[in-house]
Write a protein that binds this ligand. Structure first.
Ligand code: DGJ
Length: 729
C-alpha cells in the first residue's frame, strides 16, 4: 500500500485538475447505500447514507450542491467525507495536519477509486490528495452485503521533507439529515460495565472518549447507537450502531450543526497525541464498523453478531470451551494439590477445562496478593513445585484441558523485572509515581518490551505445548504517562503503545493460531473488535451477581455475539439461587468460578445438567440468532431467545428480577421461529425433584402461535428463571 501511494503521488503534479467531476461512488450492502460523490470543486462528499436504493439511475439525481446553506446560497459547507482543518466548514474536521511550513490546513481532492472482492464483501478504495502539499489519504470501505455491515478506515501518508504533525486523525465522518437524533451510550466502571443510557442530541457536540491508555474502555465502551428521528427501539425504527476497533484511547464526536445535521466522527482520541508522521510512513486509522438498521437495534445486533462470527472474531465459527476458573474460589491461596482437586471438580461438573487464575508466579517477590510479582513469569516454586508441567499432567489425569492466566503488559515495582528494566516502564522521570492496583504499565512502544511480552506466551507454550487456553488480563490504565523509549516523541506514546500490543498479539496468533484466548481487563474494560481479532472471547465483568449481569450482558449483546461473551457462575449474590445464577450465565459462554463443595447435592446435579444442556444447545446459543424480547431496562423482567440457523432449535431464557406486588404479567412472544413448524416446548435446567409448572411444558405449538400469542413464563417471585427448549417436530 505504501508503495502504491508513493507511486500514485509521483505520477501526479500538485497543480491538480478536477478531472473526475461528479463521479459517484456507491458502497452498498443488501440493505444500505452509502453514496459518495465528487463535487464540482473536485472534493469528495457524502450524498446519501440510508436504506438501499432500488434503482441505479437514481444515483444521478444526487448533486453535491443540494446541501446548500440554510440561506439558499450554494455552499460547500458540510458533507465532505474527509473534511480537513482550514477548509470552509466551521465544524469538527476529520484530519488536521501541521505542514513543514507551519500551515495548518489540509484540503483533499479526489484522485481515483477502485473496488475489489474481499472475504465476505467488496472493498472500495478511494485516493484523495491535497493540491498544495504532498499529502495523500486513502479511504477504505469494506461492505458486507448479507450482514449489512460496513467497515471503514483511512491511511495517511506524505512526502514533505520533514515529519508533519498530525493532530486529528479520525477514521471517517458520517452525516445524517434527520428530524432528531437520540444517542445511546454505554458507560462503565469496574463491576458496572455496559450501562445503557440515552439522550437526545441538541446543537453542539457530545463527546464520548477515554484517556486511560490501557484498560481503556473502563469508563465507557467503544460503541454507541444513534436513533434517527426517534429514540432507539428494539424492533423498529432507524438506528446507526457503530463501534471502533481500537484498544486504546478512542473518541466519538457527535456534532449537531447549525442546520440540524448530525456529524458522527469516530477515531483515536488525539488527546496528548500530536503524532509526528515521518515522510512515507503510513498512518493507518482504526476500523470503524457500523450497521444502519431500519428494524431497530435487535436486527442491527444480529447483523453485527453474524458479521463478527463470520469475519472478525478469532475462531468466530469455532466452538468454545466451558470451564472452571479458580479466581473467585481460591483467590491467591492455592497449591498444587488444591489445583489438582479443582481439576477433578471440573471433570465432575462436566466442563471442558480448568483455568488457573492469578497468583501462580514469581519467586523473589512472590505473587501472594496484588502488590508484588507481576512481570516475573516463573512459576512460584513454593506453591507449585512441579511447575506448569505438573499442572498440565494433573489436568490430563483429570481428563480436562488446562488454561492459564497472564497479565504480561504490566509490572509491579516489587518485581525482578522492574529491578532489571526500570526503563521498560511507562513512568514520569521527574514526578511522584502514582499507581493503579499497585502496578505500572510496560512500555509497549519499545520493541524490546514487545519481545518480552510475547516471550511470556512463548515460554509457557514451549515448555507446555498442551496449554489449551490463555486468559490475558490488563488491570491498570496507563499512569504517569511518559515513555523512556520515545524520548522527545511522547505524542506518539498512546498510539504506539497500542500498536505495540497488536504486534505482540499478531505474533501470538501467528504462532499459536489454535489456542483460544480470553480478553480480560479487570472485567470488561477491553471490548473492541480489533482486540477480538486475536481473542475468541472477552470477560464481560468481575460482577457476577446475576441481577447485575442481566443488565451487563444485555448491554454487551448489542454489539457482541454470545460466543464472545464470557459469563461465570460464582458466589456473588448468594441470596439468589444457584439455578438463577447459572441460568443467567447460560445466556453467554458458560463457565464456573465456584467451589463445588459450596453446592448441595441437588445444586451440583442441577449444574451438571445445565452444563450438558448448554453444550447440547450451543448450536442455537453460540451460533444462532439472538432475539432480545423483554428489556430489563423497561420493567422487572428480562427475556431473550436464540434460534438455530435451521430454525429447528430455539432456547428461551426468561428472568423475573424484582416483580412488583400483583403486577400484570404479559406473555412473552418469541421471535425468529419458523411460523409453519411445530415446536415441542420443554422446560429445562430444572432443579432435581422439581417439575415444570409451566402450562406449556411438554406441549407442541406452531412457531406462528409462539410468536403471536407467546407463552406465560414470567412469575411474581424475586430472581426466578426459566430456560425453555423448543424443538421442531
Ligand atoms: C481481574 C479479572 O477481571 C479477574 O477475573 C481476575 O483474573 C483478576 N484480575 C486477577 O487478578
Amino acid at each position: 500500500m505504501k508503495n502504491l501511494l508513493v507511486t500514485l503521488f509521483a505520477c501526479a503534479t500538485l497543480s491538480y485538475t478536477h478531472a473526475a467531476e461528479n463521479k459517484t461512488i456507491r458502497i452498498s450492502t443488501d440493505n444500505t447505500d452509502l453514496v459518495l460523490q465528487v463535487g464540482d470543486n473536485g472534493r469528495l462528499y457524502q450524498t446519501y447514507l440510508g436504506e438501499k436504493l432500488l434503482h441505479e439511475q437514481d444515483l444521478n439525481n444526487f448533486s453535491w450542491s443540494i446541501h446548500a446553506g440554510a440561506d439558499g446560497s450554494v455552499s460547500r459547507r458540510g458533507w465532505e467525507v474527509y473534511s480537513g482543518s482550514g477548509n470552509e466548514d466551521y465544524f469538527e474536521p476529520v484530519i488536521a495536519i501541521t505542514h513543514n511550513d507551519g500551515n495548518p490546513s489540509t484540503i483533499l481532492y479526489y484522485v481515483s477509486s477502485s473496488s475489489k472482492a474481499v472475504d465476505g464483501g467488496t472493498e472500495t478504495v478511494i485516493n484523495l490528495r491535497d493540491d498544495k502539499y504532498p499529502v495523500d489519504v486513502t479511504l477504505h470501505y469494506v461492505a458486507y452485503p448479507k450482514e449489512n455491515v460496513i467497515k471503514t478506515w483511512s491511511e495517511i501518508i506524505h512526502q514533505e521533507k520533514k515529519p508533519v504533525i498530525l493532530s486529528t486523525y479520525a477514521s471517517t465522518m458520517l452525516y445524517f439529515n434527520n428530524s432528531a437524533y437520540y444517542l445511546t451510550e454505554f458507560s462503565s466502571d469496574w463491576a458496572k460495565e455496559a450501562q445503557m443510557s440515552s439522550q437526545q442530541l441538541q446543537f453542539g457536540k457530545k463527546v464520548i472518549d477515554t484517556k486511560l491508555g490501557s484498560r481503556a474502555a473502563m469508563h465507557t465502551h467503544p460503541f454507541f447507537e444513534v436513533g434517527l428521528d426517534q429514540p432507539v427501539s428494539e424492533d423498529q425504527g432507524s438506528v446507526l450502531m457503530g463501534t471502533l476497533g481500537w484498544t486504546g484511547n478512542f473518541r466519538f464526536t457527535f456534532e449537531v450543526d447549525n442546520v440540524g445535521n448530525l456529524r458522527v466522527i469516530p477515531g483515536i482520541n488525539p488527546y496528548a497525541s500530536n503524532y509526528e508522521l515521518k515522510p512515507n510512513e503510513v498512518f493507518t486509522t482504526p476500523e470503524f464498523i457500523f450497521t444502519l438498521s431500519n428494524d431497530g437495534a435487535g436486527k442491527g445486533s444480529r447483523n453485527l453478531h453474524e458479521w463478527a462470527r463470520n469475519y472478525s472474531l478469532k475462531d468466530g465459527k469455532g466452538s468454545r470451551l466451558t470451564l472452571l476458573n479458580n479466581w473467585e474460589n481460591t483467590g491467591f491461596n492455592f497449591n498444587q494439590e488444591i489445583l489438582a482437586e479443582l481439576m477433578k471438580e471440573a471433570k465432575h461438573l462436566g466442563v471442558d477445562m480448568f483455568l488457573l487464575d492469578d497468583g501462580w508466579f514469581a519467586n523473589k517477590y512472590p505473587r501472594k496478593d496484588d502488590h508484588a510479582g507481576l512481570g516475573d513469569w516463573d512459576v512460584n516454586h513454593n506453591k507449585l513445585p512441579g511447575g506448569i508441567p505438573a499442572l498440565v499432567k494433573a489436568a490430563k489425569d483429570a481428563d480436562v484441558k488446562f488454561g492459564i492466566w497472564i497479565e504480561p503488559e504490566m509490572v509491579n515495582p516489587k518485581s525482578e523485572l522492574f529491578e532489571k528494566h526500570p526503563d521498560w516502564v511507562i513512568m514520569l522521570p521527574n514526578r511522584d509515581t502514582y499507581y493503579y492496583r499497585n502496578q505500572l504499565v510496560l512500555d509497549l512502544s519499545n520493541p524490546k518490551v514487545q519481545d518480552y511480552v510475547y516471550g511470556v506466551v512463548e515460554n509457557i507454550m514451549k515448555e507446555n505445548p498442551e496449554v489449551a487456553f490463555f486468559k490475558w488480563d490488563c488491570n491498570s490504565p496507563i499512569t504517569n504517562i511518559y515513555s523512556p523509549y520515545l524520548k522527545n516523541k511522547q505524542g506518539q506514546l498512546y498510539i504506539d503503545h497500542v500498536r505495540g500490543i497488536y504486534n505482540v498479539l499478531k505474533r501470538v496468533k501467528k504462532n499459536y493460531p489454535d489456542v483460544p484466548m480470553m480478553l480480560c481487563s479487570g472485567g470488561g474494560a477491553r471490548c473492541d473488535y480489533e482486540a477480538l481479532k486475536y481473542f475468541t472471547e472477552f470477560w464481560c465483568s468481575d460482577n457476577t451477581d446475576p441481577v447485575e449481569r442481566i443488565y451487563i450482558q444485555w448491554g454487551f449483546s448489542q454489539f457482541f455475539p454470545a460466543k464472545a461473551m464470557d459469563a461465570h457462575v460464582t458466589s456473588w449474590n448468594k441470596a439468589t439461587s444457584v439455578k438463577f445464577r447459572t441460568d443467567v450465565a447460560s445466556m453467554c459462554k458458560l463457565g464456573f468460578d465456584i467451589g463445588l463443595k459450596e453446592l448441595t447435592a441437588d445444586e451440583l446435579t442441577y449444574c451438571q445438567t445445565a452444563v450438558a444442556n448448554w453444550k447440547r444447545l450451543q448450536n442455537a446459543i453460540m451460533d444462532g440468532d439472538q432475539y432480545r424480547l423483554v428489556s430489563p431496562y423497561e420493567g422487572n423482567h428480562m427475556a431473550l431467545n436464540y434460534v438455530s440457523k435451521d430454525t429447528n432449535k430455539a432456547v428461551l431464557f426468561a428472568y423475573d428480577i424484582h416483580p412488583r406486588f400483583q403486577e400484570k404479567l404479559i406473555a412473552v412472544k418469541l421471535q425468529g421461529l419458523d411460523p409453519n413448524k411445530q415446536y415441542k416446548v420443554e422446560e429445562i435446567n430444572l432443579m432435581p425433584s422439581v417439575t415444570s409448572k409451566l402450562g406449556a411444558d411438554g406441549k407442541v405449538f406452531s412457531g406462528d402461535y409462539l410468536m403471536k400469542v407467546g407463552l406465560n413464563v414470567f412469575g411474581l417471585a424475586t430472581t426466578q428463571s426459566h430456560v425453555i427448549e423448543f424443538t421442531a417436530q
